[in-house]
Design a protein around this ligand. Structure first.
Ligand SMILES: Cc1ncc(COP(=O)(O)O)c(C=O)c1O
Length: 469
């Protein structure tokens, strides 16, 4: 073992022993070099190795901090590899949970949107004013499907930042990612077809499957590693699957991201079985370290991936602007949109195009990623202090969700009803289940600043969980 690997191993052992805990700042490179008698370069290599392993994180101009440690949830021992459902029945429950979480004053740990206080509302309003002042008499027609050219070019240039070549012609602007995802599913399937989702899955996918009277196969998904590719291979072998609706990055609700190798393998599997992928990638920009990851779409050589993105999570939720890079399906998707919603609101498209073109987006994203990481770490730390070890908290880099596994006898839907009485919403695991398999799990939105109100809410929620245990 080289000297830097040795140092990394020692530091890792100290972290496991609790010498340094999640959120603690490690001694500076210089200090560690002095203490250990090693060179600055050796210490730097050790820290970088730990960073690449997700054990510590670097914060610009602040140093290195201990990342929340990996907690093993009960997957895969307790989970089936696939769940088949002929008919989903989730819409009513999702609707009632979302309605009650919207009540004024409720602490929205159950919400899927990041804290709106982080959105650059005022700058966007200025962009909206500027954009509408410049609108031509023909603006409505100019922004019909596939949508505003300036915005499609800006999105195309963001793909280029990830080393991907996606032409503006391939992109269709939609009313949020939800329209992109729904149109994609509608285009690829007919009533009764099989569709693969993750287990657990984003409830929007389950709702769409229910609405279109499709059949779902939920494939086991590891809270850290992502979808089980062997299980998926078996499913594709055994069933005439028409489409997969998956999240390869910052999966909702787990937060996991597939490795590059597994993304490539996933794509090869789809090619082998001639199945299209609806890739839901609405959290793509919300990575917390490095320069972000490329989606499965990056490996798409034959246009079978419909990559759905959104500005709802990374810029502004209320404008309802998303898109799909639809590959070989691009022109069919345009026709489908024309027949359903006609087009996305033109002023909203123009405002976001104006905001991105004025170079403010990148600066905003940089700040947002850091804020989200810090807030998620802080809420994780509060939870860990308040909850017993029998509750596992899944922490993943990027995004803003925490996925909690409660002891098996604790019903998270019951917890949800009790918590809402106390003015706190959570997203119970059954929202993400095809067959009620996640009754003792819950998702928590950790994008909020740790104010007194949030601290009290975490304390009260933890107390409720302890009582139910
Ligand atoms: C995984 C996932 N996909 C899609 C959406 C919908 O995104 P949009 O608001 O852009 O329609 C959400 C919103 O919560 C989401 O969490």
């Amino acid at each position: 073992m080289s000297k830097y690997e040795q140092l990394a191993t020692e530091l890792k052992a100290q972290i496991h022993q609790g010498v340094w805990q999640a959120g603690d700042k490690l001694p500076s490179l210089r200090q560690t070099a002095i203490d250990s008698g090693l060179s600055l370069m050796t210490v730097l290599n050790a820290y970088q190795l730990l960073e690449s392993q997700g054990v510590i994180t670097a914060r610009e101009k602040s140093g290195y901090f201990v990342a929340p440690q990996h907690e093993t949830l009960s997957y895969p021992q307790h989970h089936d590899r696939m769940y088949l459902s002929d008919k989903l029945d989730i819409n009513e429950f999702v609707f009632s949970v979302l309605q009650s979480s919207k009540q004024a004053g409720v602490v929205p740990f159950g919400s899927a949107f990041p804290d709106p206080a982080m959105f650059p509302q005022q700058a966007l309003s200025r962009s909206l004013v500027k954009a509408t002042q410049k609108m031509s008499a023909t603006f409505a027609a100019d922004n019909l499907p596939p949508g505003n050219l300036g915005l499609r070019k800006a999105i195309s240039q963001r793909y280029a930042k990830y080393g991907m070549s996606v032409a503006p012609d391939e992109i269709l602007i939609t009313s949020g990612a939800m329209e992109a995802l729904n149109l994609s599913l509608e285009m690829l399937t007919e009533q009764g077809d099989w569709v693969v989702v993750e287990s657990p899955a984003f409830y929007g996918a389950l709702q769409a499957i229910e609405r279109l009277k499709l059949r779902a196969i939920a494939v086991a998904t590891d809270p850290q590693q992502g979808i089980d590719l062997e299980a998926l291979a078996d499913v594709l072998e055994q069933y005439p699957v028409k489409a997969c609706w998956l999240m390869s990055q910052h999966q909702n609700p787990l937060g996991c991201t597939l490795s590059d190798t597994n993304k490539q393998k996933l794509y090869q599997l789809l090619q082998q079985h001639d199945v299209s992928l609806i890739e839901d990638d609405v959290y793509q920009e919300l990575y917390s370290n490095g320069t972000g990851n490329r989606p499965v779409k990056a490996y798409d050589s034959d246009g079978r991936v419909l990559h759905c993105g959104s500005f709802s999570k990374s810029l502004i939720a209320g404008y309802r602007v998303g898109w799909v890079a639809a590959g070989i399906h691009a022109s069919k998707m345009q026709r489908l949109q024309l027949m359903s919603t006609l087009s996305t609101s033109a002023p909203m498209q123009l405002a976001i195009a104006e905001f991105i073109q004025s170079m403010q987006y990148e600066r905003h994203l940089k700040r947002l990623r850091k804020q989200l990481h810090d807030r998620k770490t802080a809420i994780y730390t509060l939870l860990r202090q308040a909850l017993p070890d029998t509750v596992k908290v899944n922490f993943t880099p990027g995004g803003y969700f925490l996925w909690l596994e409660l002891p098996e006898h604790v019903d998270a839907t019951n917890l949800y009803y009790q918590a809402i009485e106390q003015g706190i919403s959570i997203a119970p695991g059954s929202l993400f289940s095809t067959e009620k398999q996640y009754h003792h799990y819950m998702r928590m939105n950790a994008s909020f600043e740790c104010t007194d109100k949030i601290r009290i809410a975490v304390r009260d929620l933890s107390k409720l969980i302890r009582q139910m245990i």
